[in-house]
Design a protein around this ligand. Structure first.
Ligand code: GDP
Ligand code: IMO
Ligand code: MG
Length: 435
């Protein structure tokens, strides 16, 4: 291939820089018009991405957040796990809302979430008791477990009823044994599950595409691709706070694996971070505020899970985590969302380092024990005490709000090129972002 051809590559990865729910949906929707394809590359319907424009509000779980634009092709890549019942419901509700899903492309290599995956997710959490991960119970972990065990059932299997039934029968031999003998739970019937899924197949198989080939052909001819991450860096199976993580590669590298494009196709990586930080589910959280300030952040920020309706745990912005996210994702840009939520606070803290056993850490400690016991070292910044939700350029922000953003930028060593000051598409400050 010529050097000229290589220069045409134009992929951007949008990735959560914290523990998820950073506002990825809003930013994906906002920048989608700059792209030809928007691709989900990992995760499943554990994700909940809220997109608001005017009176239209969408809560998306599997379909990429660019669906509102008819000129863009939405894609679900091989790295995703798909619950067909959820996918079809989401497609139906989008159609009712006036957004056609006809263009949706689904990789035949994506794995299916089967009913026993949901049952195993619930049973395993129950068994863990106090040590539970706090999963979304959508069957995500067990589906990826089967994928890694090479016993998973893929979207393309829906296209061959005979093979599909054989695979369901083979998978259920193990899954039913686990459910009944280990977890004392109800087994599944091969025929009932096969019938149910083959009904879904009629509507899903027309969307099957060779996603990797489509995207590579597009990239070669100058088409632009946005890879929309789900979850966040610290929920990544390799780089997150293991074992309190999800089961996929949420970091930027996951886009290459989960969509079938080379890393050289990616020009930019935009990290999304809230102006504070939240987490749903169990696991360590150094800046967590289990007090009135935490409650205030949750209330003002409306911190309730889009997928499970659980209250999100809240804390001050953790610059150590963002520095780590910048490194493991290779962030070229940072977007700070929900800056407007901090208008309610007289003074604002930012964690700049951790302390553990007399040692200071300026980056995330590689030892799980150190991270679990890390005490935040805070810097205190002045609040701005004014409503900023109507600001549309950086200069319009109060001086203290500008100083806050500039300090975050300095700590991250990554330019803050987008700032969100409200949930609507319009409530955004572009500060040098270029796809
Ligand atoms: P995602 O999973 O990363 O897409 O994030 P979620 O959609 O789960 O959660 C982010 C929530 O914050 C949603 O309810 C958004 O509508 C909302 N949101 C996004 N950006 C902003 C912002 O700048 N300010 C405010 N107040 N809300 C925002
Ligand atoms: P978006 O894309 C926040 C969390 C769960 C749990 C852990 C494992 O909306 O940012 P799983 O069901 O994936 O096995 O649960 O991961 N989790 C999320 N937290 N936002 C998400 O998605 C999440 N998806 C999973 O709460 O702690
Ligand atoms: Mg979410």
């Amino acid at each position: 291939m010529s050097v000229k051809g290589k220069n045409l590559m134009s992929g951007v990865v949008l990735v959560g820089a914290q523990w998820g729910d950073e506002g990825k949906g809003k930013i994906t929707d906002l920048i989608t018009p700059e792209f030809d394809y928007v691709v989900r590359y990992q995760g499943g319907n554990n994700a909940g991405h809220t997109v608001i424009h005017g009176s239209t509000q969408l809560a998306l779980h599997l379909i990429p957040s660019g669906i509102m634009y008819p000129q863009v092709t939405p894609v679900i890549g091989n790295g995703c796990v798909i619950d067909p019942a959820v996918l079809l419901k989401e497609m139906d509700s989008l159609t009712v809302a006036g957004f056609s899903c006809d263009r949706l492309l689904i990789s035949g290599n994506a794995h299916l979430i089967m009913p026993w995956h949901l049952a195993l997710d619930a049973a395993s959490e129950l068994r863990l008791g106090q040590n539970e991960i706090g999963t979304t119970k959508r069957g995500i972990g067990p589906a990826y477990q089967d994928k890694a065990a090479r016993s998973g059932i893929r979207v393309q299997d829906l296209d061959d009823p005979h093979i599909f039934r054989l695979k369901v029968a083979a998978a259920l031999e193990t899954a039913n044994a686990l459910l009944t003998r280990v977890y004392d739970a109800r087994p599944f019937d091969v025929d009932a599950v096969s019938e149910q899924y083959l009904q879904y197949a009629r509507r899903i198989t027309p969307h099957i595409a060779d996603v990797s080939a489509v995207l590579n052909a597009g990239l070669r001819t100058g088409r632009r691709v946005l890879f929309e991450g789900a979850q966040g860096t610290l929920l990544d199976i390799d780089h997150g706070t293991y074992p309190f993580v999800t089961s996929s590669s949420c970091t930027a590298g996951g886009a290459s694996v989960g969509a079938g494009v080379g890393p050289t196709a990616i020009d930019k990586v935009l990290g999304i971070a809230k102006a504070y930080i939240t987490r749903v589910g169990a696991g360590p959280f150094p800046t967590e505020l289990s007090d009135a300030t935490g409650e205030q952040l949750a209330r003002v920020g409306g911190e309730v899970g889009t997928t499970t309706g659980r209250l999100r745990r809240c804390g001050w912005y953790d610059a150590v985590i963002i520095r780590y996210a910048a490194a493991v994702n290779g962030l070229t840009d940072l977007c700070i969302t929900k800056l407007d939520v901090l208008s309610a606070f007289e003074s604002i803290k930012v964690c700049v380092a951790y302390e553990y056993l007399g040692q200071q850490y300026r980056s995330v400690p590689s030892s799980q024990t150190a991270f679990h016991h890390a005490m935040p070292v805070y810097e205190e910044l002045e609040g701005w005490g004014a409503d900023i939700s109507g600001c549309r350029c950086f200069a319009e922000l109060p001086a203290a709000a500008r100083a806050y953003v500039e300090r975050l930028e300095e700590l991250a060593e990554v330019p803050v090129s987008v700032i969100a000051v409200g949930p609507d598409r319009e409530q955004t400050i572009m500060r040098g972002w270029r796809a």
